[in-house]
Design a protein. Sequence first.
Length: 153
Amino acid sequence: MTAKENLNRLGVTLPPAPPAVANYVAWVRTGNLIVLSGQLPWEGSVLKYTGRLGSDLTTAQGYQAARLATINGLAQIYQATGDLEKVVHIVRLEGNVFSDEQFTEQPQVLNGASDLLVEVFEERGRHTRIALGASAMPLRAAVQLSFWIEVQG
């Protein structure tokens, strides 16, 4: 199946790509590589998931936050390429999880992103990953994700 068909099957509609919230660009393309700036769990103009995992939010809520941030990342990829079928491979997912000092389930939170990438892109969505806990986050966002994507020339 194509990425678009998989999105339809999952009931996911890509939103407009969220604009940068400061003095940076949302994505950069160099050669066949696109690197996305940090994606937050925006739903329209509302930051849907805020607060620390482990004290304010559950792992399940963090999973949903990572999934939503990934949907925004997919919107950025679409904006950069015009066609998700131009994605050759999701190379890397870098995830920061706003965590209290006792929270250690960052990998389970980021599965919300990884699972969606594989569901949408199938084998092209399998990626390397880093999952980090953060003591502070922009706008108190629960997660911030960045992606490295190989695309067709």
